[in-house]
Design a binder for this molecule. Sequence first.
Ligand SMILES: Nc1nc(=O)c2c([nH]1)NC[C@@H]1CN(c3ccc(C(=O)N[C@@H](CCC(=O)O)C(=O)O)cc3)C=[N+]21
Ligand SMILES: [Mg+2]
Length: 302
Amino acid sequence: MTATIIDGKAYAQGLRARIAAAVGTLAGQGVTPGLAVVIVGEDPASQLYVKNKARQTVEVGMRSFEHTLPASTSEAELLALVATLNADPAVDGILVQLPLPKQIDAQKVIEAIDPAKDVDGFHPINAGRLMTGVPGLVSCTPLGCLLLAQSVRRDLSGLNAVVVGRSNIVGKPMAQLLIAQSCTVTVAHSRTRDLPAVCRNADLLVAAVGRPEMVRGDWIKPGAIVIDVGINRVPNPAAGEGKTRVVGDVAYAEAVKVASAITPVPGGVGPMTIACLLRNTLEAACLRRGLTMPQVDFASAS
Ligand SMILES: Nc1nc(=O)c2c([nH]1)NC[C@@H]1CN(c3ccc(C(=O)N[C@@H](CCC(=O)O)C(=O)O)cc3)C=[N+]21
Ligand SMILES: [Mg+2]
């Protein structure tokens, strides 16, 4: 068996097209959603990622506000900027890029963001809403993973889902989303005993550990759906000295022979994370104004 490759790049493009259409409708009502992205420090990879986000934000017809602060920024200065963005009516979504320099308490910053503008879904209010089944803003990466899994199989109910990784950003919200889809969910992590055996039980496997190619082909149940969240930059000596390539948390070449469907890296979950950020910004813009959120997640256009 060779797995179907889940084309996250194409799915994300389709999702962005539907978001753009909805933004067009909002424009007719005099509303332009705005997304503010805050980056602290000059890390070149982060800079590029922020630039891509800004470009795609403008492409769907939203306003993009970029704030690049020096790495020496104090916690008080960042909190002051967050307060300004909370109060700015042109800003519907606020993303503070993580990780933050060590002089800044990231949790304090996350909790300072207005939950109605928390398009990352990291605020405890939104995390708690997800856990309790109350509508709210959902973390972009897990939401993107769910949409990709549902692009293969719309009804996930009854499946054994294994999430490898227990971070607040991916693993935990992913588990909550899958519980809400009536999966039987196992959250595995670095201390899990016999991780390969646990993974072999998964009809749906979500790998979010941040270890290059850790999940091997023989950890995968034949016919399983595999969602690879990892984006790991590793040396690529074949391409020349000092060259790198990006690999996931799953040994793709092995897994593709066993799974029924699998996301590639790059071109899988990553592009969906950005598309879902725009989706959440649209949602925040609608909810803040008492407008109904247009249905953008499952329409057939792509
Ligand atoms: N507050 C906050 N929210 C985030 O969502 C957040 C963050 N901080 N800090 C950094 C990480 C990283 N992240 C990525 C999203 C998309 C791609 C992406 O689109 N990747 C492409 C290209 C990969 C490549 O070639 O480098 C792909 O997978 O195809 C990558 C990385 C969001 N993050
Ligand atoms: Mg990817």
